[in-house]
Design a protein around this ligand. Structure first.
Ligand code: PLP
Length: 404
C-alpha cells in the first residue's frame, strides 16, 4: 500500500485499515431465495451502482443536446480514409502503439510520439490511470461536482474518494492539494474546462496544484478544443515540464468522433511507460480506428473550423438563454450549465421531461447541488433555435402555486 511509506499521512492509515478489515472479512455471497449462490462478483462490484450514461437514441429526429457531442459531422478527410481503407489490413493485428496517430498528434502538440499513449476513449485512459497509479484502498483525489464516471471507476478499483467541494464559482479551494496529500492520494483527477459547468481554470493554477501534489495529477481536457484561443491556455507544456502531469485528450468531442472511441494521453515518457508497456491492452486501438483518427488529427483545419462555429453559437445561445432567465457560468466548453430560476413554472427536472417529450434531450443530474440545473450541449444554429423555441414556450407557463 502506498500509505505504508507515508509516515505523515495521518488519518488515511485508519482508512487503509478499515479497507483491509472489510476486504479480509469472510465473503458474503449474494444468495437467491432458493439458497443457491447467484453472484460471483467481487464485494465492491456487488455493492456499487455502475455509471448512468446519457440517453443515446439512435434516431435522426431526436435533438440530442445531452452528451456534448460535436454537432458537426466528421470531416472529409475521415470520410476519404474510410473509403480508401484496405479491408485486408484487418487480417493482421493492429500497430500496437498506433505510431501514425502518435506522430500526427505529436506534430499538433509539439511533442514527441513518446509523449503520447492512445486509448479506447478517454474513459479507458481514466481507468488505466487508476489501475496504474492508485492502490486499492487508497483515496482518489477528486473535486465535487465533476465527471460522474470518476467515482464509479474508483469503486471498481475499490478506492474511496478524497472529495473536495468546489467553491460556488467552481474554483478549487486553496487547501485542495493539502487535503489530497493528507488523505494519501497518489492520483487526482481535475477536469478542465470543468464539467459540468464549462468554466476554465488557468494553467498557472494547475501548475501550482501539480507542484504541490505528491501523486499524479490527471488533467481531463475532454473539452479543451472549445476553449477560446484568446485565453492562451496551454497545459501541454505543463505535461512536458512536470513529471506528474497526465493530460487526457479525446477525439469524441473536438473531432466529431464519439462513435469511434479514440482518445490519448499526453505526459512524460517515464510517466506513460507503465501504461504503454504494462496496464493497457496491447492492441487497444483497432486498425480502422487508427486510420480514421489519424486522418482526423491531420486535418486540423476542419476540426478547428467546427470549434469556431461552436464557440460562436455558445455565445449566442448563452445570451438567448439568459434572456429567458436561464443563466450559466462562463463556459469555455461546448455546453452550458443553466440554473432554472425559482420563478419559472417548472423546476429543472420538469423542464427536462417537457423537452424530452418534445424530442429534445438535455442532461439533468439529480445530484445535490445540481438538481436545479440543466446541462445543455451547444448545437447547430438550427438546433439551438429549436431548443430556444421550446424553452420559450415553457418559460411562459403559469407559475407554480397558482394551481394551474
Ligand atoms: C469530462 C469528461 N472526461 C472524459 C470523457 C470521456 O470521453 P470519451 O470516452 O468519449 O473519450 C467525457 C465524456 O463525456 C467527459 O465528459
Amino acid at each position: 500500500m502506498a500509505v505504508r511509506n507515508r509516515p505523515d499521512a495521518g488519518g488515511e492509515l485508519t482508512l487503509s485499515m478499515r479497507w483491509r478489515a472489510r476486504h479480509h472479512a469472510p465473503p458474503r455471497p449474494c444468495t437467491h431465495r432458493t439458497g443457491l449462490t447467484v453472484s460471483y462478483e467481487r464485494r465492491n462490484i456487488r455493492e456499487m451502482q455502475g455509471y448512468t450514461w446519457g440517453e443515446q437514441p439512435q434516431d435522426a429526429d431526436t435533438l440530442k443536446l445531452n452528451t456534448n457531442e460535436n454537432p458537426y459531422p466528421p470531416g472529409p478527410a475521415v470520410a476519404a480514409a474510410l473509403q480508401a481503407f484496405d479491408i485486408t489490413r484487418l487480417r493482421r493485428y493492429p500497430p500496437p502503439l498506433a505510431d501514425d496517430f502518435r506522430d500526427a498528434a505529436a506534430a499538433v502538440h509539439g511533442v514527441t510520439r513518446e509523449h503520447i499513449v492512445v486509448t479506447h476513449g478517454g474513459d479507458e485512459l481514466l481507468r488505466l490511470a487508476l489501475t496504474t497509479f492508485l492502490d486499492p484502498g487508497v483515496p482518489l483525489g477528486v473535486l465535487e461536482p465533476s465527471y460522474s464516471l470518476y467515482p464509479v471507476l474508483a469503486q471498481i478499483q475499490d478506492c474511496p474518494l478524497a472529495k473536495v467541494q468546489l467553491d460556488p464559482d467552481y474554483q478549487p479551494p486553496a487547501d485542495t492539494v493539502a487535503r489530497w496529500n493528507a488523505a494519501g492520494s497518489t492520483l487526482a483527477m481535475v477536469v478542465n474546462p470543468h464539467a459540468p459547468s464549462g468554466t476554465l481554470l488557468r494553467a498557472e493554477v494547475l501548475e501550482a496544484m501539480a507542484g504541490a501534489f505528491r501523486g499524479v495529477l490527471l488533467i481531463d481536457e475532454a473539452y479543451v478544443d472549445f476553449v477560446d484561443p484568446a485565453h492562451g491556455y496551454d497545459a501541454v507544456t505543463l505535461a512536458q515540464r512536470l513529471p506528474n502531469v497526465l493530460l487526457l485528450r479525446t477525439l469524441s468531442k473536438g473531432y466529431s468522433l464519439a462513435g469511434l472511441r479514440f482518445a490519448y494521453g499526453i505526459g512524460n515518457p517515464e510517466l506513460l511507460a507503465p501504461i504503454v508497456n504494462k496496464t493497457r491492452d496491447s492492441y487497444n486501438m483497432d486498425t480502422l480506428a487508427q486510420a480514421l483518427a489519424t486522418a482526423a488529427m491531420r486535418d486540423q483545419a476542419y476540426a478547428s473550423g467546427t470549434w469556431l462555429r461552436v464557440r460562436a453559437e455558445r455565445d449566442r445561445l448563452d445570451a438567448a438563454l439568459s434572456n429567458l432567465g436561464l443563466v450559466a457560468p462562463p463556459s469555455e466548453s461546448n455546453f452550458l450549465l443553466v440554473t432554472v430560476p425559482g420563478y419559472w413554472a417548472l423546476g429543472a427536472r420538469a423542464v427536462y421531461e417537457q423537452l424530452k417529450s418534445a424530442g429534445i434531450l438535455v442532461r439533468y443530474f439529480a445530484h445535490t447541488g445540481l438538481a436545479d440545473k440543466l446541462r445543455i450541449t451547444v448545437g447547430t444554429p438550427e438546433e439551438n433555435d429549436r431548443l430556444l423555441a421550446a424553452l420559450g414556450a415553457l418559460a411562459g407557463q403559469p407559475s407554480r402555486g397558482t394551481g394551474a
